[in-house]
Design a protein. Structure first.
Length: 404
């Protein structure tokens, strides 16, 4: 790790560990203690044409301080020159979001990096091939969550514009998985919006993509929509979300269902071990034929269907994550996919060593899945709280921006 990055991490730590505002001199003292520096390290040296003496080290520290300012992570204290504190815009519930055009390294592991940035800013400068994109854009909800979302009217174009710089890096045969919401309605009616269909058509038309499948994620969702199912009784409770699987070249996809085989049932294993079908059968006017002895050979597992049930687990409800966010004044992410869903998609659609990207990272579940499965990964999110708060979930392998 370079000296600049070490200094940057120390500057961030100074503001996170101190609930009270810090004067610049107090910031210098904190950094000095972190790096075992002495007064000589801060000694002024002649700078510029006028050879005016100034401390280069203090300048570097203030440069990192200004980077945090422009990222909306810290703000100056009114009426107190040279005094800064963690940003708290309009109360403690406000999310700290990076300013457009800037990118900050959140943390890194041997396999991947988490960046505080809009995906448009970061991936416009990204220079590596991507084999798989997995992301879940904010749903076009009538009542947005804390991180906000585009309106239903603007949603399709917003997603297309957001993903454009990422899709440009997709290798031939690379895949894109987009998890979108199914509980979006034509305003004021129980009719479901067609925004999902419009989104997929626009993505395919705009970027020359092909639809490989619509994987149904059966979720343990609470009853809803309340207005149309529980109150007016005209709808059924929604129990799933779609994950659209697209690719730029269906003949070169990296998918392999043998990587995600599931265990056979005991009943099926008993049937196979008994020799399989006992006689030949023709069903559905000849559409389906079973020969004697069919299914008599035991296989490594069964091929998954495109309807899968994934529930939140203990790994998703990480107590360390909650505690870390509370201790450091970071807002927790209010919605994320189960890590089991992310692992299924990563393992099915990519190979070890491939690069997987999540341009709207949230809780960084895709990054967590990649860590377990040996994939390289990159994740971006414009919200400082989400990236910083997720660092403890990556354990000792992560070089953290914040203290642990």
């Amino acid at each position: 790790m370079s000296q600049n990055l070490d200094l940057f991490a120390s500057v961030v730590s100074a503001y996170v560990q101190n609930s009270a505002p810090l004067k610049n001199e107090e910031l210098y003292q904190f950094v000095a203690k972190e790096h075992a520096l002495n007064d000589g390290d801060f000694a002024p040296t002649p700078i510029g044409k006028d050879a005016k003496p100034a401390s280069l080290l203090k300048r570097k520290i203030r440069w990192h301080q200004q980077t945090l300012k422009h990222a909306n992570v810290i703000q100056s204290v009114p009426g107190k020159r040279g005094t800064w504190a963690l940003a708290d815009l309009d109360g403690p519930q406000e999310l700290k979001q990076i300013a457009p055009g800037l990118s900050l390294l959140g943390f890194s592991t041997e396999l991947g990096i988490a960046v505080v940035s809009t995906c448009e800013t970061f991936f416009a400068r990204f220079d590596q091939p991507i084999h798989l994109i997995i992301t879940s854009p904010p749903f076009p909800l009538a009542k947005p969550r804390k991180y906000g979302n585009p309106s239903l009217k603007d949603y399709v174009q917003w997603v297309v514009k957001t993903l454009e710089p990422v899709i440009k890096h997709l290798v031939p045969g690379g895949s894109i998985c987009i998890n979108v919401g199914n509980e979006i309605f034509v305003p004021g009616t129980p009719a479901r919006s067609l925004y999902r269909e419009r989104l997929i058509l626009e993505l395919c038309d705009q970027f020359g993509l092909y639809k490989m499948d619509e994987i149904i994620w059966e979720a343990n969702k609470p009853p809803g929509p309340v207005q149309w199912a529980s109150n007016s009784r005209v709808q059924l409770h929604c129990g799933y979300e779609p994950v659209y699987w697209l690719t730029n070249n269906p003949d070169k996809v990296f998918s392999n269902n043998q990587r995600v085989l599931q265990p056979h049932t005991d009943k099926h294993l008993a049937f196979v071990r008994s020799g399989g079908a006992k006689k030949s059968v023709v069903n559905s006017d000849g559409a389906y034929r079973i020969r004697q002895g069919s299914y008599g050979k035991e296989t490594a597992g069964r091929i998954p269907r495109n309807i899968q049930k994934f529930s939140m687990s203990r790994a998703d409800m990480n107590k360390e994550y909650r505690a870390y966010c509370e201790e450091n004044g970071l807002q927790r992410h209010g919605a994320s996919m189960p890590i089991s869903l992310a692992k299924f998609l990563v393992e099915f659609l990519s190979e070890r060593g491939h690069m997987v990207a999540d341009p709207l990272g949230g809780r960084l579940k895709v990054g967590m899945a990649c860590e377990e499965l040996g994939r390289n990964w990159v994740s971006t999110d414009r919200v400082f709280d989400y990236v910083a708060g997720s660092a403890p979930c990556f354990g000792k392998t992560a070089s953290w921006m914040l203290p642990h």
